[in-house]
Design a protein around this ligand. Structure first.
Ligand SMILES: Cc1cc2nc3c(=O)[nH]c(=O)nc-3n(C[C@H](O)[C@H](O)[C@H](O)COP(=O)(O)O)c2cc1C
Length: 326
């Protein structure tokens, strides 16, 4: 089922926005066509933008940015609940939008705005920003002037007709988010196979920078040699760096790779073999290991979050069996 994030775009103390976001969320309760979640920017205190998100897809300058990417990446579409500040959106919402790129693309966006003049100008600006992010904006919107929809300009008391407008908006966001699914998913299997090819490319070139683009920062690797686990990107790369110290020339082969791919998680298994020429000139075919890969889509890129390489154990001797062929 698709997921729609209701992004609450105001973080001001005493904000009216929380009442509006709650109203939107409550209205979604009876719907079976999508799940809905409020994403409150107060829960995502993002620092000023440090680097353009397109520069390093899947890499984030800090933990807040990473959590924000996860929250947005998990959604298929959005309802932006936006105030109007000086004819535009809040600075907080703009910063949150600018922090990401791939996570917004190919999704749908609808708008519920409020303010002295109903927030229509903020929405017009938001539509332009969405265009730049490849977020498809739907036409129906909900406009909530403080004078008519808020008692004493403070307590949100929307007219009945606003529910009809909200339902229409939600219908469109769900329909567009659903229709855009093929665009979002692309050819995931081809993208994952390209990542596996990148491992081969990185090993042949003995280039840790290439390998770095394959593994998630929090990868947990059960590699064939001790320790029991290699936790984190640095540990994984250190293990590959160790391989480079043995080999003058190194190669890597994968056979029988099978992948099972869903929206943002994929698993794969096959047989892998590191071979090459040692520093003393010895040519070695290496050994075949059983390889398991678990990928997660992070920031639009498929990254390995877990892998395992193993050989069968000979129970009688307690030794690994290293001479099996796939
Ligand atoms: C700095 C500032 C600028 C505002 N500018 C506008 C404006 O240009 N047009 C408008 O209709 N309302 C404007 N308002 C009124 C807000 O839209 C209204 O206060 C709204 O409740 C703000 O959202 P919030 O309470 O969730 O922060 C402005 C409010 C603030 C604080």
């Amino acid at each position: 089922m698709i997921k729609i994030g209701i992004v609450l775009g105001s973080t001001r103390p005493g904000r009216r926005g929380d009442q509006v976001a709650r109203w939107v969320h409550e209205r979604t309760a009876g719907r079976a066509d999508a799940e809905f979640e409020v994403i409150d920017l107060l829960d995502h205190p993002l620092p000023p933008l440090a680097e353009p998100p397109m520069a390093n897809p899947g890499r984030f300058p800090d933990e807040h940015a990473e959590r924000w990417a996860e929250a947005v990446g998990a959604c298929d579409g959005f309802v932006f609940v936006t105030p109007e500040y000086n004819h535009s959106v809040s600075g907080t919402l703009k910063t949150a939008l600018d922090h990401l790129h791939a996570e917004w693309a190919g999704k749908a966006a609808g708008f519920v705005s409020y303010g002295s003049a109903g927030g229509v100008r903020a929405v017009e600006q938001l539509r332009l920003v969405c265009g730049a992010l490849q977020l498809a904006d739907v036409s129906p919107q909900v406009t909530l002037p403080l004078a008519t929809e808020f008692e004493n300009f403070a307590v949100f008391k929307p007219g009945e007709h606003q529910l009809t407008a909200l339902d229409t908006l939600l219908d469109h966001v769900v329909a567009w988010s659903t229709a855009l699914a093929p665009l979002r998913n692309g050819d995931a299997e081809a993208d994952i196979r390209a990542q596996i090819d990148r491992i081969i490319e990185g090993l042949r070139a003995k280039d840790l920078e290439v390998l770095k683009r394959v593994y998630a920062p929090d990868v947990v690797s059960f590699d064939v040699e001790p320790p029991l686990q290699h936790v984190g990107l640095d540990a994984k790369l250190a293990n590959w760096a160790k391989v480079f110290t043995f080999f003058e020339k190194v190669d890597y082969e994968i056979r029988d790779l099978t992948l099972d791919v869903s929206a943002d998680v994929a698993v794969g298994h096959g047989f892998g073999r590191v071979s090459g020429t040692l520093h003393d000139g010895t040519v070695t075919d290496g050994m075949w290991v059983r390889a398991t890969f678990c990928f997660r889509k992070v920031g639009g890129a498929w990254m390995i979050v877990h892998d395992q390489a193993s050989v069968p154990l000979d129970m009688a001797t307690g030794r690994g069996v290293t001479d099996l062929e796939p």
